[in-house]
Design a protein around this ligand. Structure first.
Ligand SMILES: *Cc1c(COP(=O)(O)O)cnc(C)c1O
Length: 367
């Protein structure tokens, strides 16, 4: 009998997701108007402690919309971590601005606040802090730097739904925070995103630009070039069902992570994921570091277990290649890092099988 292949991630969908989607189809409210959108926006922004939420077609368009409503434009610079998903730099490029890459720190695997200040020039307008793999960035220190230099702070919380910094939600520190609800995120709408803000002005501007820049007073009058960055009621129907279970989905990931930690604790050649004393890590992806990363990934794959290498630092990607730039921590983490299966649907038996496969690999690679 063939053993089941364990995927790195898969969505965990429940009964209400289906019920709410069925309701959309039955009622005909399948497009980008409808009560699931407004309810999802209200509930999700409330969960994060932010007054306003504007859903978007995905997390990348949320980031781009954030930069647009802050007035970021050609000639501006935006400081971003290099070790993250490429959408962060791409969104900056879409706005016309230049992404400036900062190194990461070993203690959180996130942008290093000590690296930010020396990158600030007279053209710097904003910092995008990403909370990677579920662990919050040192957002308190980053916010201090942003305030001191009068820079906008955008939080990218695509990977940190529900993660806490000193007891406060990630996504409640910046001028704007952006989330993704892609299929592998902690809660999903299939594709989708949201932008949160405390400012009613930014909120209105985001809704305006999301919908082709159409005037609220005069239909089909467009004072500015906008976008179609809308989500659908169908997607938010899934999102609302997911939202109702968000605490369960986070708790499952944390439970799995601690089980992994327990079973891998004695493997000397591994570095287990960080969790600073001030942090609640939501372990979007349970991740480890090892110098034998590629060989281990191959061994896992042969045994029916999928894994994923860390992101390639953005300054090493063809469109952003900067051969003179050296970001040693990002480059080292990228070389050693891998994500293990992390879905909320994993069973303890799955995790035991994964950890036994890892332990076997290291036992037989010992000299
Ligand atoms: C997933 C992700 C995004 C992009 O989200 P999409 O919904 O796929 O566009 C942006 N930033 C980070 C850090 C992500 O992990």
């Amino acid at each position: 009998m063939a053993i089941k292949r364990i995927p790195v991630s898969e969505p965990c969908l429940g009964k209400n997701e289906l019920k709410y989607v069925t309701d959309c189809v039955r009622s005909g409210w399948i497009s980008s108007l409808g009560s699931y959108i407004t309810e999802f926006e209200k509930k999700f922004s409330g969960f994060c402690g932010m007054p306003y939420g504007v859903t978007t077609s995905n997390g990348t368009t949320a980031l781009h919309l954030a930069l647009e409503i802050l007035g970021i434009k050609t000639g501006d610079e935006v400081i971003v971590p290099s070790l993250t998903f490429i959408a962060v730099a791409n969104a900056v490029k879409y706005s016309g601005a230049k992404p400036v890459f900062a190194d990461s720190e070993y203690s959180t695997w996130n942008i290093d606040p000590k690296n930010i200040e020396k990158l600030i020039t007279k053209n710097t307008k904003a910092i995008i802090a990403v909370h990677s793999y579920g662990h919050p960035a040192d957002i308190g220190s980053i916010k201090k730097i942003a305030d001191k230099h009068k820079l906008f702070l955008i939080e990218d919380c695509a990977e940190s739904h529900g993660a806490l910094y000193r007891g406060k939600m990630t996504g409640s520190f910046g001028d704007i925070s952006c989330f993704s609800f892609y299929g592998n995120k902690i809660i999903t709408t299939g594709e989708g995103g949201i932008l949160l803000t405390r400012s009613s002005k930014l909120y209105e501007k985001a809704k305006f630009l999301r919908d082709h820049g159409m005037s609220k007073k005069r239909r089909y009058f467009h004072p500015e070039i906008g976008f179609n960055y809308r989500i659908t009621n169908l997607q938010c129907a899934v999102g609302l069902g997911q939202f109702e279970r968000i605490n369960y989905l986070i708790d499952k990931r944390r439970e799995h992570a601690y089980y992994y930690n327990e079973l891998l604790a004695t493997v000397e050649e591994l570095t287990l994921p960080p969790e600073e004393i001030w942090a609640k890590n939501v372990f979007w992806m349970y991740s480890i570091l090892t110098l034998k990363r590629d060989a281990l990934a191959q061994h896992l794959s042969k045994n029916g277990i999928d894994s994923r290498p860390f992101f390639i630092p953005i300054h090493k990607q063809p469109p952003y290649m900067d051969k003179k730039l050296s970001l040693p921590v990002s480059e080292d983490l990228a070389r050693q890092g891998m994500n293990l299966p992390s879905s909320a649907r994993l069973s303890k038996t799955d995790i035991r099988r994964i950890c036994e496969t890892i332990r076997y690999f290291f036992k037989n690679n010992q000299r």
